[in-house]
Unconditional design. Structure first.
Length: 145
């Protein structure tokens, strides 16, 4: 019917009209976050795009570049799975959790920290970047228990 066209992730829009229509997949959104370029490089170098394209919604806890300083990552896929949560969980919902389970099967504590909160030892520094297949939160460190 005329006037009832759907919205797809390939649709061209005017950025001044509606920011929500600009959502992209997690991998493409990650490529646009400069402070997480080290994670983007890790995913690219290890060719782990399929992990970010798994079916269903996912939450990526993306460490900032400075978290990678002086660190060596032996298993890139395991590292990425420790930073992925099943489902598209926004900060509003995370605040109400005591623990979350990552894709690696680990239970991580969620604790308030001032105006923000921590997942494991990582502090959320930027949250709720919507993607067509989930959401991205930027954290200041690697996620660990």
């Amino acid at each position: 019917m005329p006037g009832q066209q759907g919205t797809s992730e390939d649709q061209s829009i005017d950025p001044g009209i509606d920011q929500r229509l600009q959502t992209r997949r997690i991998g493409e959104t990650l490529s646009r976050i400069e402070e997480c370029s080290a994670l983007y490089k890790l995913v690219s170098d290890a060719d782990l795009w399929y992990v970010l394209r798994r079916s269903g919604l996912h939450t990526l806890l993306a460490p900032r570049n400075d978290a990678f300083t002086g660190s060596s990552i032996e298993d890139a896929e395991e590292f990425l799975n420790r930073h992925l949560l099943p489902g598209g969980i926004e900060s509003f919902d995370l605040r109400r959790c005591k623990t979350v389970k990552n894709e690696a099967g680990e239970m991580l504590p969620v604790q308030p920290d001032g105006a923000s909160f921590r997942i494991g030892k990582a502090l959320l520094v930027r949250s709720d970047m919507p993607c067509t297949n989930g959401v991205i939160h930027v954290v200041d460190a690697f996620v660990s228990k």
